[in-house]
Design a protein around this ligand. Structure first.
Ligand code: BGC
Length: 622
């Protein structure tokens, strides 16, 4: 109908119109000189940022503010097309080949794509290396933070962070969502083990040591890339009230922080102040609310207190999907968060919609262009500070001493164990003839490691490569004259009793709100195991593998020895080291151990809700 001439004419019109729009788009892009000064490492960081910002279009700026989960990237080329600021692997977001080289290949591909963008701005790639680079099976899993808290040893914590950085560098990951600065006041919370302590002084001390280890760049005398640390979660996380969660699946996680401003300033703010002094360049806003307001929507706490008052120069990143918890409307949510001072949004999914919304907000005046410039300036500052623009160097396996890392982890495990009761049974003498070992956590490296290990919710079972279960640690620790007999369910022959029975019991892995537990006690199966051991052994030692204090008030009197080893990670040998006296017990409780549920929450000064005394006070340890 159109005829050949008509078709040719139509195609010509479409081409002219497209060329015109392309021309207009490019005309709007500030021209880039051949050798822009931001590439010059000899001028100051602030000059470099100003220079780089001057070439950036609004779209390129918004791209920098997006943090996207890697599986949500529709096509790798979107990274350069949208100039995305950062990607992350949430737990389980592993490459198909979940090995060091598989990770490195994946991260390198993404980073290379980011450098294909017009301005070649390198991307941050983030993971939760909260107890080592525990995404990758075979790498050292250190004790979870609660265990590090029990050591109280900042030099050790610095070394752990340093080893973690070096292992991250093997895969070219340059960002970790750690350390955790939350301070728990209720053991029912599913994230107690991610914290160092409920004591702001200890959290500040260990947190700073951790930041130092992650962000400096020496390891065993060699240079490895610095990894950007992210103290989290700002602010008041850990003090939420039971049954206030905004998430229908949870009870306390993502709940309401009820404390007033004075308590926030006295207890929760000081560690962040220290972190800034230590050079923290990124801080994560929590999923909790302060009063009615989600933290990511809190301009007073973020913009006013953190940035203006404390002078934080780095960027604030929101937590997983947290911005969209602010309201039912995506546009309002994103605009509110950015106006509150969030600089980078862990979307983590729909980046195209985010770019559209923020563009619209700037054009309509809902977000001031200066706020966008400030956010991008902060993100670029962090990138320049850790050296992303200058030399993206990777270490290789040769610079890592894996055996030294395992020994360090084992040392950390020994130091984190806390001896809570000892009726002349510990350390176990080499002259014991028979030792019975039983319990759900005796031969289970997955349980030892807890969640955030390969999978978000962890893995239950004994398969992590390079791991040593507590049982196998015990088997290697005993002398030639001692016979170790293991039965998980403690089905032993009562006719041939043991000198000592060791029950290794505790919690199965859980992460975040999935670990909110209305009544954290030992399971009926664990209690049966302890009962059985009591009837077949002269003396019984209970070893708790747990992410939090468990309620044991009714049972503890019947035990001869009690040791809590928290979630020690892959090096179970460290537990045997203290049980058999190769290492002395030096750990102390980083938080009070409640006697009853009615004591929840326990305030920072140790006061329980009902005024009754706790079972063990903070810093107790024999
Ligand atoms: C957690 C953060 C974590 C993020 C990315 C969120 O669910 O609250 O602590 O950094 O996921 O994995």
């Amino acid at each position: 109908m159109l005829g050949r001439i008509g078709i040719v004419f139509l195609v010509a019109v479409i081409m002219v119109v497209s060329l015109y729009y392309l021309y207009r788009m490019n005309a709007k892009l500030p021209a880039l000189p051949e050798n822009p000064s931001f590439k010059n490492p000899t001028i100051s960081t602030e000059e470099r940022i100003t220079d780089l910002l001057s070439y950036m279009s609004l779209e390129e700026k918004i791209g920098q503010m997006a943090l996207v989960e890697k599986n949500s990237i529709r096509s790798t080329s979107d990274i350069s097309k949208y100039g995305l600021g950062a990607l992350l692997s949430g737990f389980g977001g592993s490459p198909e080949e979940n090995t060091i080289s598989g990770w490195k290949k994946m991260v390198d591909t993404f980073v290379a794509e980011s450098k294909r963008s017009r301005l070649e701005i390198p991307m941050l790639y983030g993971v939760d290396a909260i107890h080592g680079h525990s995404n990758v099976p075979g790498l050292t899993v250190f004790p979870h933070s609660i265990g590090l808290g029990a050591t109280g040893d900042e030099e050790l914590v610095r070394q752990v962070a340093e080893a973690t950085r070096a292992q991250l560098a093997l895969t070219n990951i340059n960002w970790s969502y750690s350390p955790t600065y939350d301070m728990p006041q209720d053991i029912r919370w599913g994230r107690v083990y991610e914290t160092f302590s409920d004591d702001p002084e200890l959290v500040s001390r260990l947190g700073s040591a951790y930041i130092k280890g992650l962000q400096n760049s020496e390891y065993n005398g060699a240079q490895t890339p610095a990894v950007l640390a992210t103290p989290k979660h700002y602010l008041g996380a850990g003090s939420m009230l039971w049954d206030t969660s905004s998430n229908e699946n949870f009870r306390i996680d993502q709940g309401v922080t009820p404390v007033n401003e004075q308590r926030l300033r006295e207890i929760y703010l000081p560690p962040f102040e220290q972190a800034i002094e230590e050079g923290a360049m990124s801080i994560m806003a929590g999923l909790n609310s302060w009063g009615d307001t989600k933290l990511a929507a809190e301009p007073y706490l973020i913009q006013r207190v953190l940035k203006e008052e404390l002078g934080f120069q780095g960027f604030v990143v929101s937590d997983w999907y947290g911005v969209y918890e602010i309201s039912d409307d995506d546009y309002t949510s994103a605009v509110t968060a950015i106006n509150a001072g969030v600089d980078m949004v862990m979307l983590p999914f729909e980046y195209k919609k985010f770019v559209r919304n923020i563009k619209r907000a700037v054009r309509s005046g809902d977000i001031a262009p200066q706020r966008i410039d400030d956010a991008v300036r902060r993100i670029l500052r962090a990138k320049f500070t850790i050296g992303l623009f200058d030399e993206y160097y990777s270490s290789d396996a040769q610079t890592i001493d894996f055996e030294a890392d395992r020994l360090l982890a084992r040392q950390a495990v020994a130091q984190s164990a806390v001896l809570l009761k000892n009726k002349n049974v510990l350390p176990i003498s080499q002259s014991e003839k028979t030792i019975f070992v039983a319990g759900s956590a005796a031969d289970n490296v997955g349980m030892q490691a807890g969640a955030w290990t390969v999978e978000w919710q962890g893995v239950d079972g004994n398969w992590l490569p390079g791991g040593t279960s507590i049982l196998s640690g015990i088997q290697s620790a005993v002398g030639a004259n001692t016979n170790v007999v293991y039965n998980q369910n403690a089905e032993f022959d009562a006719e041939k009793p043991a000198d000592i029975g060791i029950a290794i019991v505790g919690e199965k892995p859980y992460a975040e709100g999935w670990g909110d537990n209305p009544n954290p006690t030992l399971s009926p199966e664990d209690l049966i195991v302890i009962e059985r051991l009591k009837s077949t052994s002269q003396k019984v030692i209970v070893v708790l593998v747990t992410g939090r204090p468990l309620l044991i008030t009714d049972e503890i009197n019947q035990w001869d020895g009690l040791v809590v080893v928290w979630l020690p990670g892959t090096q179970g040998g460290g537990v045997a080291d203290v049980l058999f006296g190769k290492e002395k017990f030096t750990g102390s409780l980083p938080l009070p151990w409640p006697a009853t549920l009615q004591q929840m929450p326990i305030a920072t000064d140790g006061k329980t809700a009902d005024g009754s005394p706790v079972l063990f006070e903070r810093y107790f340890g024999l």
